[in-house]
Design a protein around this ligand. Structure first.
Ligand code: UT7
Length: 329
C-alpha cells in the first residue's frame, strides 16, 4: 500500500484592521517604543475591537480564503481542529461554531488547548488522521483573540500579545509531501509561570475573582523566557539530528513569534542565517496559536515545492515542539 503523508495544500489568514502601536501603549502603561522593540522586536499588533466579535470571527475568513483558493465546497471538509486558548465560550468548542458559520455541515471538530504550541500540536494531530487514510480534508486553524484576556494595565504582558487567525488545509499526498516528523513535549510544572487563574473549575468566576483581575493572562516573563529559549532551540536541533539534516537542508524556520530574542537563539542553534527565518512579530506581536500559520500565510508566495520547513513553538503549559514539513506546492 502506498504510504500517505499529510500535505499542506492551502493557507489562509486573517488579522483585524485595528492596529495597537507601541505609541498607543505608551499612553496606556509606563513603557516606551525603544524598550518594547529592543526586548521583543514588536512595533504593533492587531486587535479585534468590534463588540460581539470573537475568535471564530477571525477563523472564518481565514478558512474561507482556503475554500476560495481551492474552489472547495465547505461540505467537503471532514474535520476542523481549532487550536485556541481564547475560545468564543468555554463550550461548545469554537471548532463547532466555525463549522456552522462556514457551512461545513459534514465536518466533525474539536478545540485543542496547547497555548502557543496549539497550532503545532493540532497540525500533528490532523496529520495523523490523514496518514491513517480515514480523512481526506482537514482544516487546522490557529486562532486567538488575546486582547480578550490581556490586562492592559500590566506592562509586562500587554505589550506582547495581539489577535489573529491562520489556517491550513491538510490533504493526503502519495508523493511524500507534508508533515514528516514531529517532536512534541509538555511539562505541567511550567503552568505556574503562564496561566489564567480564574474562570476554570478551580476558581469559577465570582465578583472577587473579577475584582482581583484573575481573568487575565498571567505571565512571569523572565522564567518563561528562560525555558522558551532552551526548549525551542533544543527541540529544533533534536529534530534536525533525528532526520539527519543540518541547517543547510532547511529552506525556512517558521518559529512561534513570542520574542525576537527567542527566535534568534533558535535560528543560531540550528545554524540558520536570518534570511531563512520567517519573522512577522514586528507587525502582529504574539498571536499565540495563530503565529505559525500567519507566518505561512505571509510567506506563501515565497515557498517552493519541496522546500523543507521546520515549524517550532514554545508556550504555556509548558508546551513545546518542532515539526518538519516538506512544502507541497
Ligand atoms: O508565547 C508564550 C510564551 N511567552 C514567551 O515566550 C514570553 C517570554 N518572555 C519574554 O518575552 C520577556 O520576558 C518579556 C518581553 C515578557 C519581558 O522582557 P524581559 O527582558 O524578560 O524583562 P524583565 O521582565 O526581566 O524586566 C526587566 C525590566 C524590569 O524593571 P527592573 O526591575 O529591572 O527595574 C521591568 O519592570 O523591565 C521592566 N519592564 C518594562 N519596562 C518598560 C517590564 N515591562 C516593561 C515595559 N516597558 N513594557
Amino acid at each position: 500500500m502506498t504510504k500517505l503523508t499529510a500535505a499542506i495544500t492551502a493557507v489562509g489568514g486573517y488579522v483585524p484592521e485595528t492596529r495597537l502601536t507601541n505609541a498607543d501603549l505608551e499612553k496606556m502603561v509606563e513603557t516606551n517604543d525603544e524598550w518594547i522593540k529592543s526586548r521583543t522586536g514588536i512595533s504593533e499588533r492587531r486587535i479585534l475591537k468590534e463588540p460581539g466579535k470573537a475568535s471564530s470571527d477571525m477563523a472564518v475568513p481565514a478558512i474561507q480564503e482556503i475554500l476560495r483558493k481551492k474552489n472547495l465546497d465547505p461540505k467537503d471538509i471532514d474535520c476542523i481542529i481549532c487550536a485556541t486558548s481564547t475560545p468564543d465560550m468555554v463550550f461548545p468548542a469554537t471548532a463547532n461554531l466555525i463549522g456552522h458559520k462556514i457551512g461545513a455541515t459534514n465536518a466533525w471538530g474539536f478545540d485543542l488547548a496547547a497555548a502557543c504550541s496549539g497550532f503545532l500540536f493540532a497540525l500533528s494531530t490532523g496529520a495523523m488522521y490523514i496518514e491513517s487514510g480515514r480523512f481526506k480534508k482537514i482544516i487546522v486553524v490557529g486562532v486567538d483573540k488575546m486582547s480578550a484576556i490581556v490586562d492592559y494595565t500590566d506592562r509586562a504582558t500587554c505589550i506582547i500579545f495581539g489577535d489573529g487567525a491562520g489556517a491550513v488545509l491538510l490533504e493526503p499526498s502519495t508523493n511524500g509531501f507534508g508533515v514528516h516528523d514531529s517532536i512534541l513535549k509538555s511539562d505541567g510544572s511550567g503552568g505556574e509561570f503562564l496561566h489564567m487563574k480564574a474562570g476554570g473549575s478551580l476558581r469559577p468566576a465570582t465578583a472577587e475573582t473579577v475584582a482581583a483581575r484573575e481573568h487575565y493572562a498571567f505571565q512571569e516573563g523572565k522564567s518563561v523566557f528562560k525555558f522558551a529559549v532552551k526548549g525551542m532551540a533544543d527541540v529544533s536541533a533534536e529534530l534536525l539530528e533525528r532526520n539527519q539534516l543540518t541547517g543547510n537542508d532547511i529552506a525556512w524556520l517558521v518559529p512561534h513569534q513570542a520574542n525576537l530574542r527567542i527566535i534568534d537563539a533558535t535560528a543560531d542553534r540550528m545554524g540558520l542565517s536570518k534570511d531563512k527565518v520567517m519573522i512577522n512579530i514586528q507587525k502582529y506581536g504574539n498571536t499565540t496559536a495563530a503565529t505559525l500559520p500567519l507566518c505561512l500565510w505571509d510567506w506563501e508566495n515565497q515557498l517552493k515545492k519541496g522546500d523543507k520547513l521546520v515549524l517550532a513553538a514554545f508556550g504555556g503549559g509548558f508546551t513545546w515542539g518542532a515539526t518538519l514539513v516538506s512544502w507541497a506546492y
